[in-house]
Design a protein around this ligand. Structure first.
Ligand SMILES: Nc1ncnc2c1ncn2[C@@H]1O[C@H](COP(=O)(O)OP(=O)(O)OP(=O)(O)O)[C@@H](O)[C@H]1O
Ligand SMILES: [Mg+2]
Length: 249
């Protein structure tokens, strides 16, 4: 039987999660809180049960990705809000995949939201809260030493595979996947860091995705909170029921 890992030192306290050390230096515990932020932390709220819901949704998707050939840092859920994960060195380049014009892309280029792109668009952002995650290209990431060319290649391939899997899954629930953000990490394979692999890390949740109900266009993601469109806790409960076929406890 698996014994639960002990929660050690708090390594990082983020906007939606806390990262704890465990007795095993190769593993961390990721604790999902109910905190929600938008506009790089300017807008904040506590959303009832968001941590439990997102912990389960992300675990569900990470398992699905692993089963479909995308390696992930996720190992298993511990308790209601914690995930045991492989500890990785996060690559400071976030990958966004877009299927439909919305959010930052619409704003930056003065386009209206809702137009479907001819093919999925992969974008890169430098992971820096103080700079508000500016958009970069792959060349910048390589020249500034944030990621190696082969890592960016792997990240792009995995992100597009994740997109295909998510489009199919959400489509089955009558929901369009508009866009989503991923983080990747370097997994140390030899203990010395000489051999590393790129794996999907962090989370796949409605906090980092845009999900629009087909037919109505109703938003089922964190835009409900960003844009004051309704009760985010209710929205996430509804998503949870649709995914798992049963209401949250
Ligand atoms: N497997 C992992 N190993 C190490 N760190 C991880 C792993 N998965 C995720 N992380 C990091 O843990 C933190 C999770 O916290 P959270 O998502 O709340 O951060 P955040 O406030 O959104 O800040 P950030 O902009 O850095 O993501 C993030 O910094 C994320 O990059
Ligand atoms: Mg985050």
């Amino acid at each position: 039987m698996l014994t639960d890992p002990t929660r050690g030192e708090l390594l990082y306290s983020g906007k939606a999660k806390q990262v704890y050390a465990t007795e095993d230096p190769r593993r961390i515990l990721m604790h999902y809180t109910d905190g929600a932020t938008a506009f790089n932390g300017l807008k904040k709220a506590e959303i009832a049960d968001k941590g439990v819901i997102n912990c389960r949704i992300s675990a569900f998707f990470m398992e699905k990705m692993a089963a479909n050939g995308v390696p992930t840092a996720f190992e298993r859920i511990v308790g209601d809000r914690d995930q045991l994960c492989q500890r990785v060195e996060i690559i400071p380049v976030e990958v966004v995949v877009r299927n439909v014009i919305a959010g930052g892309l619409a704003k930056k280029l003065g386009l209206s939201e809702g137009t479907r792109l001819a093919a999925p668009l992969v974008e890169h952002f430098y992971k820096s809260d103080s700079l508000n995650d500016p958009q970069i290209n792959e060349e910048t990431a390589v020249l500034l030493g944030w990621a190696r060319p082969w890592e960016l290649q792997a990240m792009r391939e995995y992100a597009l595979r994740v997109n295909e899997i998510l489009i199919e899954f959400w489509g089955g629930l009558n929901i369009d996947l508009v866009d989503f953000k991923l983080e990747f990490g370097r997994l140390n394979l030899d203990g010395a860091g000489c051999a590393t692999a790129v794996v999907l890390a962090d989370e796949i949740t409605p906090d980092g995705s845009r999900l629009w109900e087909r037919g109505t266009g109703r938003k089922l993601d964190k835009d409900v909170f960003r844009r004051d469109l309704g009760d985010l806790s209710e929205t996430y409960r509804e998503l949870y029921s649709r995914i798992f076929g049963a209401a949250l406890r």
